[in-house]
Design a protein around this ligand. Structure first.
Ligand code: ADA
Length: 575
């Protein structure tokens, strides 16, 4: 399958490429006029982060982008931004048509028909922190947040009037092994309007025309069967394709969408994880989307290389920490067979922040977009949210409940989890399907301890016992983060903190404790590669202003740990 075919619906044209950009420094959006930016334009590649390279490295402020595009006269069009960071405003033909405050999720804009084929597009991206404007992004998060059009932009030409297709959502049904799926089609206007029909084709099968009579809420749903079903799994990541054409009363094709999907089932029961009814143990890493040359805009060949490094280690799992993933990365995970935890943006928020209606609203917008965009990726098996929030407080429960209820409504087929760093005191683990513990015994808080690595096993035992004592014994448990910093190339006789050898011993011991204990269903090492984080005085515990707990450095050079933990991961898969 061509990677370009795996674009969300296969009928879009990419607007990524060469645009123009003007750095506007401290201008506010309220003072910005798209037509008045007449100087300082320079060529820029989209997607890219404006502050990933000199001369704007480290700058906070506003940046304008512009280009033209064409829409046939009389047609509407759907503009899709896969991510603009952090605060974005979009102007088409001089008019403000969208504002977006969540820098890692896609947003769509439907453009009205115009009598001119040439349309002008201006985007203003602002990367300044300000809780009152963009509460989802905070300066203290332990990863650097950039500005700009950081993921692809695409355009889909829509019919001039009448309905068009909005979404295709495929859910493997109970009898998924024999190819049963549920297809939910979302259209603009009233779904299933009289006279509407859908011509549906799966793989190379025959195209069958269905009347759109039964609208189920926002969607028209069909029970369908894949003609030659092949299951999806990390070992055999088989994909199927579906195409839907919307026909009007006279049988004319008004619109078309396509997507790929996979037949697989993920479950949590009897304290274990199950994929396609077989017990599943997750072995993997947390991964930030970051490379020193590209910031958060990792090019596709590098995404592929990252996944190959993980596969070579015997990994089957990536936790996409700590924000919604790029669709290109998820496409590759589908194709190569990597299981994914996709997570809504959040990092260490305290209860006061979590109670703020502005944060709650933007969290919901971002969550909805993440689930809608990633719905058909078989690689995604877990929806995560709010990393290391103040979940030992009773007060955050209403918000957590609202998130879980919303996820279950949007997608009851996947597991729900959040990573907690207070498992023994966490008050809300009953809400999730999978308990995920971030623990750093033997790294943080072990000053003066003789053998810090020996703290790992008893800490795990203590926290597991506390879960079981609280009646949570039927829920599977993973270590969602554990790791130690190592500066690439630093090997020294003491094998002390920050050496590659300490990190290797630490991660190997943690992995051994997880893989040898049947109460655990997996581990995600913190983390894949070294990444830039906050600077200034806050980075006192972050040499180089990097989070150096990568098992690879930022250029993907393996540290000592890689070979040692790979051996363990691979041995375990042979058992
Ligand atoms: C936390 C957090 C990570 C990272 C890690 C660390 O668990 O979830 O993002 O900051 O600690 O390196 O300390």
């Amino acid at each position: 399958m061509e990677l370009s075919e795996t674009l969300r619906n296969g009928t879009e044209q990419l607007l990524s490429g060469i645009w123009e950009m003007a750095w506007l420094a401290d201008i506010e959006q309220t003072d910005f006029r798209p037509e008045s930016v007449s100087e300082n334009w320079e060529k820029v590649l989209v997607p890219s982060a404006f502050d990933a390279n000199p001369p704007l490295a480290g700058k906070r402020g506003s940046c304008a982008y512009r280009r033209e595009f064409r829409v046939p006269v009389g047609h509407r069009a759907l503009l899709r931004f896969e991510a603009v960071s952090m605060h974005a405003w979009v102007y088409v033909d001089g008019e403000l048509v969208a504002e977006n405050r969540c820098g890692y999720v896609p947003f769509d804009i439907v453009l009205k028909a115009s009598d001119s084929e040439r349309r002008s597009l201006v985007v203003l991206a602002d990367n300044r922190y300000d809780f009152s404007r963009i509460p989802m992004h905070e300066e203290y998060f332990d990863f650097y947040q950039y500005g700009g059009i950081i993921r692809d932009v695409s355009l889909r030409i829509l019919p001039g009037s009448g309905a068009y297709l909005e979404t295709l959502q495929i859910t493997p049904a109970k009898d998924y092994r024999n190819g049963s799926i549920e297809l939910a089609i979302g259209t603009s206007g009233k779904p299933g309007a009289a006279g509407q029909r859908f011509a549906i084709c799966i793989d190379e099968g025959e195209e069958i025309v269905h009347d759109a009579t039964e609208a189920d809420g926002d969607h028209v749903t069909y029970a369908l069967t894949v003609p030659k079903p092949e299951l999806w799994s990390p070992e055999e990541p088989n994909l199927h394709r579906i195409s839907v054409r919307l026909l009007d009363e006279s049988g004319e094709v008004c619109d078309q969408l396509k997507t790929h999907f996979g037949l697989r089932r993920i479950e949590a029961r009897e304290g274990k994880l199950w994929l396609n009814e077989e017990q599943l143990v997750l072995k993997g890493v947390n991964r930030h989307e970051w490379h020193p040359n590209f910031g958060p805009c990792t090019p596709v060949p590098q995404l592929y290389a990252d996944l190959q490094l993980l596969r070579a280690m015997g990994c089957n799992f990536v936790r996409g920490s700590h924000y919604p993933q790029s669709q290109r990365f998820l496409d590759l995970c589908d194709i190569l067979g990597m299981l994914v935890w996709e997570e809504n943006l959040g990092w260490g928020q305290r209860k006061e922040k979590l109670a703020d209606p502005r944060l709650q609203e933007d969290h919901t917008v971002s969550l909805d977009s993440m689930i809608r965009s990633s719905f058909n990726h078989p690689s995604v098996i877990i929806w995560g949210f709010l990393n290391e929030a103040e979940t030992n407080s009773e007060e955050v429960r209403p918000f957590l409940e609202s998130i879980v209820t919303r996820i279950r409504k949007l997608d009851p087929s996947r597991l729900i989890s959040y990573a907690t760093n207070v498992p023994a005191r966490d008050k809300h683990l009953d809400l999730v399907d999978l308990i995920s513990m971030n623990l750093y015994p033997g790294w943080y808080g072990c000053e003066g301890k003789a053998n810090p690595i020996e703290l790992i096993a008893p800490t795990f035992e203590r926290d597991l016992a506390s879960l079981d004592a609280r009646g949570l014994g039927d829920k599977p448990v993973i270590i969602s983060e554990i790791g130690a910093e190592a500066l690439y190339g630093w090997r020294e006789p003491h094998n002390d903190f920050f050496s590659e050898t300490y990190q290797s011993r630490y991660v190997v011991e943690a992995s051994r404790c997880v893989l040898e204990n049947p109460r655990f269903s997996g581990i995600a090492i913190w983390h894949f590669s070294d990444v830039r984080t906050y600077g200034g005085g806050w980075s006192i515990r972050r040499p180089r202003t990097f989070n150096n707990k990568g098992i690879f450095d930022e250029y993907r050079r393996p540290k000592e740990v890689v070979e040692n933990v790979s051996r363990l991961f691979k041995d375990q898969s042979q058992q």
